[in-house]
Design a protein around this ligand. Sequence first.
Ligand code: ADP
Ligand code: MG
Length: 158
Amino acid sequence: FSEYHQYIVDENAMCHFGQQLIKHIDSLNTLNGVVLYLNGELGAGKTTLSRGMIQGLGYHGNVKSPTYTLVEEYHLANKTIYHFDLYRLSDPEELEFMGIRDYFAHNTICLLEWAEKGQGLLPPPDLFINITYAQEARDIQLIANSSQGEQIIQRLKQ
Ligand code: ADP
Ligand code: MG
């Protein structure tokens, strides 16, 4: 599977990368939902990247971290983004109560922070996005995990 790497100098660059990435995702001509797992330590920039993606699809309000709500939703022109943070999930059964399957529908983009907490109850991602510290900067690595993920990486490389 293909990979894509980028060095991200600061918070602004992380938002900008999110804006580019979501435009490539939005331009896929598919009805399938898109699922991204965002991996990285606390403070790595998962929420910052999510904010860039959400604002990049035309949302102009405040993007809150879904730390306490588990999920925040953004209904945009032609797509819905669900932004999850499962860090505080104590029991995977909570996901069943939320009706987790219904989130992964047509025309949705699901961004998942701490997806490992929901292991076994989540669909596999189209992309793994791994963010690591490089002092004040960050390294971001995208790994395709489906043909849709491959298409997104090919678009980033163009
Ligand atoms: P996470 O969701 O992974 O816990 P956040 O996005 O909430 O992380 O926080 C990242 C923090 O790191 C923010 O305070 C942001 O200003 C800071 N930061 C510093 N450099 C960067 C960078 N290159 N990319 C992203 N965030 C950065
Ligand atoms: Mg976060």
